[in-house]
Design a binder for this molecule. Structure first.
Ligand code: NAD
Ligand code: UD1
Length: 351
């Protein structure tokens, strides 16, 4: 029997990373996580191990910053990685505007360091977490992978720059296989309620904020803009269940066995647009909680309406999102109600 493939997952203790690591273990991979725990908790790793049952032995965790080149080199020297899934990075848009150097340092230098070490050790298969943010404010929807790219804030620029860096690396050395996955808006949690999103500080994104209102950690939701040309005037996004996203990563790893693959881009979304008010209403239904709202002005830099064309991922990755809004909200609430303080206090978990 072949030994299991070994995947390095940077940022694997984070929201999307932890769900993906679980999926990899269940699919029979070995996963090595490196994470500096800047926006996550080691408890997430323990919970993934719990959920993985006897596959838990195939997971190892290293508290490490990917900018620490000697540490990364040591890891690559001791382990042969078949591929790398690169989630590690900072992702708060507002913070990136206030602290651009911190974002360029973490996201760009972190990625360059990783790519240098991968090159030195001959590991040339990469899956990178890009974002729908690279479409800026698209002129039309659904967004196809060929749409023009733009960035309106330092966070978005780091995603765009890393995509370009990857394209340059591939043109310099066609041995590389690089899959750039543009995530739309991941929400929800593992149906067990054991792992989910637990951002440090006040959340910027709609769903984690909604969740904190529902558990009483925030008084009300501010609805950013009610005068957009959309069905009810509020912004429209493509929300995707995080478990579907994790499944998309498993599909990306399978794609590496295709000899024709070079540097490719795929949208990971559902292809469906949902307004802020529709999401609030679905979440109220799932949680049985009334969400207090205040309608306020538009948030700077927000697109009006954005959702994915899913055709390319369906055709070439053989992957399609399975879950709908109802399941996303159900699982989000299951996680939130069982872990009202996130991973902060293990003793608070309601079994
Ligand atoms: P997250 O913050 O939960 O996970 C990122 C993880 O990376 C965290 O655990 C953090 O501690 C770790 N990290 C950050 N800098 C690091 C460094 N220098 N060295 C080691 N570890 C480091 O975020 P997430 O939502 O899971 O996002 C994962 C990736 O997907 C990010 O690159 C993000 O930009 C991208 N993405 C996220 C979304 C979203 O809405 N969640 C959308 C599009 C793209
Ligand atoms: C935001 C980022 C994007 C990033 C993505 C994932 C901006 C401008 N865009 O995208 O670059 O890739 O997060 O990290 O920050 N909303 C409210 N009230 C809130 C929060 C959000 O009404 O408290 C609205 C927004 O105006 C938007 C929708 O909810 O219409 C979704 O917002 P959000 O979850 O922040 O995601 P994006 O704006 O898609």
């Amino acid at each position: 029997m072949e030994p299991p493939l070994c995947i390095l997952v940077t940022g694997g203790a984070g929201y999307i990373g932890s769900h993906t690591v679980l999926q990899l273990l269940l699919d029979g991979y070995k996963a090595v996580v490196v994470d500096n725990l800047d926006n996550s908790s080691e408890v997430a790793i323990n919970r993934v191990q719990e959920l993985a049952g006897d596959r838990a032995l195939n997971l190892s965790f290293h508290k490490m910053d990917i900018r620490d080149k000697p540490a990364l080199e040591k890891l690559f020297a001791s382990t042969k990685f078949d591929a790398v899934i690169h989630f590690a990075g900072l992702k708060a848009v507002g913070e990136s505007v206030e602290k651009p150097l911190m974002y360029y340092n973490n996201n760009i230098i972190g990625t360059l360091t990783l790519l240098q070490v991968m090159t030195a050790y001959g590991c040339k298969k990469l899956v990178f977490s890009s974002s729908a943010t690279v479409y800026g404010s698209p002129k039309e929807v659904p967004c196809t992978e060929e749409f023009p790219l733009s960035a309106v804030n330092p966070y978005g620029r780091t995603k765009l720059m890393i995509e370009e860096i990857c394209r340059d690396i591939y043109s310099s050395d066609p041995d590389w296989k690089i899959l750039l996955l543009r995530f739309f808006n991941p929400i929800g949690a593992h149906p067990s309620g054991k792992i989910g999103e637990d951002p440090h500080g006040i959340p910027n994104n709609l769903m984690p904020f909604l969740q904190q209102v529902a558990v009483g950690r925030q008084p009300k939701l501010q609805v950013y803009g009610t005068d957009y040309s959309t069905k009810d005037g509020t912004g429209v996004r493509d929300y995707i269940h995080v478990v579907d996203l994790a499944d998309g990563h498993a599909a990306a790893l399978r794609k590496f066995s295709d000899p024709k693959i070079g540097c490719e881009v795929y949208n990971l979304g559902t292809g469906k647009g949902t307004s802020v008010l529709e999401l609030v209403s679905a979440f109220e239904k799932a949680s049985g909680k009334k969400i207090p709202m205040e309608k306020t002005g538009r948030r700077r830099g927000d697109a009006e309406i954005i959702y994915a064309s899913t055709a390319k991922a369906e055709r070439e990755l053989n992957w399609k999102a399975k879950y709908g809004l109802e399941e996303m909200c159900r699982d989000q609430w299951n996680w939130a109600s069982k872990n009202p303080k996130g991973y902060q206090n293990e003793d608070d978990v309601v079994n």
